[in-house]
Design a protein around this ligand. Structure first.
Ligand code: GP9
Ligand code: MN
Length: 414
């Protein structure tokens, strides 16, 4: 009957982070261009492979005057991979511990990022050159109240411009920008890139650096497809400028989930110059880059806040001046003074500025040494609680009983 929502609601209200007054509404009315960077992990940023930069354009953004680069930001996805990252982004809730929430709960009631923007006069859409039913996107996007899904049918895809999973990222971004040019403004477009996807195949003409040399073909090729992704983002920025869409937009880009699984630990250790990859290392390797690029902001910084994908929704809504104090969300505004250095993974691991908790062991964040579990205990409880609340909301379809306009619960408070 929705009565579980009372406790969840109390927790969410009590743990809300106040917006940063300087940042709230500072970019009201701008277009939002969100880019999901397929399988991009943070370890390649500002790093080299055989003496060559892997992500020269993204590296330049880490020092750019208009870019906030978050170097302590983590994916929180589970088996739903890209779809989980989308779910977290839209709802500031976790995906599920089993299966993919996109499939299992596609018809729930949600109060998505897109819906909030829609209510504030935005034209909302997702752009992704795959068939619309993949990950059940066409269904759940209706539940998210996304106005339009530019799927593979909106793109010109042929043998010459595709590889691996489909349309290559460079033509994908180029064609997307042309479609964006005709959209009513302000718009919110979320673009999902695809070329940097396992098994990381590229046509020879798109290989801009050599392969790595290790026992893992997957890791060896990964550097090349990451390099291609970096190039595609660079050209995307140029395209946006050419079409006059750059200045009046916020461009947010983040890695959706890991690209290199633990099956490649030996090769990864070789690349990172370590003896082995421990549970501690694996947790830290779940870091994905986050860039919030705001043309003209002139306040670019490297942000060290420990954070995750669940924080994106409140952060962006606040930049646009949209109040979230009544929203049922578990993340917090990254620019808020009250944002905590704490990120929970879907499988119960977590990271703070002091500790890493993985494999039921508490590690010192700095040294990687095992420390007494009491150092992790309070966070273990909180992580369990937050994951549990998120599961309750989804499994019980509890947002049916919640009015996000007023913050009223339509359940009997006994
Ligand atoms: C498919 C793309 C990749 O459309 O989003 O999905 P993934 O395998 O990364 O979840
Ligand atoms: Mn993905």
């Amino acid at each position: 009957d929705g009565s579980e929502l009372v406790e969840v609601n109390n927790y969410v209200r009590a743990n809300q982070a106040e917006p940063n007054v300087q940042m709230f509404g500072k970019y009201e009315g701008r277009n939002v261009i969100a880019v999901s960077l397929e399988s991009l992990q943070n370890f390649v940023i500002n790093n080299e492979m055989n003496g060559e930069e892997i992500t020269p354009f993204l590296n330049s953004l880490t020092q750019d005057k208009d870019t906030y680069y978050f170097n302590n930001f983590y994916h929180q996805t589970g088996l739903g991979k890209t779809s989980d990252s989308e779910f977290i982004f839209e709802n500031s809730l976790f995906g599920l511990g089993r299966g993919a929430v996109f499939f299992t709960h596609g018809e729930n009631t949600y109060n998505s990022f897109a819906e909030s923007l829609g209510e504030n006069g935005y034209y909302t859409n997702v752009m992704h050159a795959n068939s619309k039913s993949f990950w059940n996107r066409d269904m759940i996007y209706k539940s998210f109240n996304i106005d339009n899904f530019y799927d593979v049918e909106s793109y010109d895809v042929n043998d010459g411009n595709s590889v691996n999973w489909g349309l290559k990222d460079i033509p994908f971004f180029e064609q997307s920008t042309k479609l964006m040019k005709d959209m009513p403004q302000p718009f919110y477009s979320r673009l999902i890139s695809l070329t940097n996807h396992y098994p990381f195949y590229l046509d020879p003409e798109d290989m801009m650096i050599n392969e790595f040399d290790s026992s893992s073909g997957t890791l060896n090729r990964y550097f090349q497809t990451v390099r291609y992704l970096d190039e595609s983002v660079k050209e995307f920025f140029d395209d946006l400028k050419e079409q006059g869409l750059y200045e009046n937009s916020i461009i947010v880009m983040y890695g959706d989930h890991y690209g290199i699984s633990e099956n490649h630990n030996k090769a990864m250790a070789q690349y990172l110059g370590k003896d082995e990859i421990t549970a501690y290392d694996s947790a830290l390797l779940q870091s994905v880059p986050l860039f919030i690029h705001i043309p003209g902001s002139n306040d670019g910084q490297v942000m060290e806040e420990v954070s995750g994908q669940i924080d994106l929704r409140p952060t962006l809504l606040h930049l646009l001046g949209i109040d979230t104090s009544k929203d049922m969300q578990l993340g917090a505004d990254l620019f808020s003074e009250e944002h905590e250095d704490f990120v929970v993974f879907r499988d119960g691991r977590f990271i703070t500025d002091k500790v890493v908790y993985a494999g039921e062991v508490c590690y010192d964040r700095e040294t990687g040494e095992e420390i007494d579990i009491v150092n992790c205990q309070p966070y273990i409880e909180r992580a369990t609680k937050e994951l549990g609340y998120s599961d309750q909301i989804i499994n019980g379809d509890l947002l049916r009983f919640y009015d996000a306009e007023t913050g009223n619960l339509t359940v009997d408070e006994k």
